[in-house]
Design a protein. Sequence first.
Length: 241
Amino acid sequence: MNKVIRSVSYNVFGLRVGEVDDLLSGVPTQEPGITLSISAEFPWLKVMLQVSADNDAAAQKCLAPVAAVVEERLGDFCFSTGVVSMDDAVAELLRESRLTLSLAESCSGGLIAKRITDVPGSSGYFSEGVVTYSNGAKMRLLSVPAEILERCGAVSSECAAAMATGSRGASGSDIAIAVTGIAGPDGGSEEKPVGTVYVALATSEGCRTRLCWFGGNRDEIRMLTAWTALDVLRRYLKGRR
């Protein structure tokens, strides 16, 4: 008799394979026909839950309780299920929120704006984005105070916050995301090594920043920066629901 197979996949960002494995430790998969696997798709992970049973009803009955446990364990680290990308997940939340977005990018060089505008219909919520690589551009286009650049440097929490606040003010958007960091291979120091990145999110409620340390080469650091910025935005929008 042919078996019926039912499965669900969870897309996860912000955890290593070992950390996901620890989170899912003890998930009830001991019954025959249930498998749980983790695969790396850089920079995200895919958790696949699969059930094999004699018929569809039995498969669904077996799948549902295990899936509920997996979803609870993964929590907000799971950005989507199935084939829904991070970009699509963020786009859907922006559409639902009816909020507008602007971007101020330094080390990512416009990569976040590309990901936002790769999704059809993004003109409905994306206002504008600027790549302010130099200090002069940060001051001229985003009104970043010279005092912050001199005292804290371009790669700092203070500069990221000023960039996000300046972007929101210049564009009139509801939300602004800013990133500044050192993508390498040069430019790092003992205090701020290559891979140091600040992500800031500004709204009417204020501005919050996040410090990240990324490993990898220049392209990988830039990709991780873009993904982290989108994830910060996703978590904020999800929290508003």
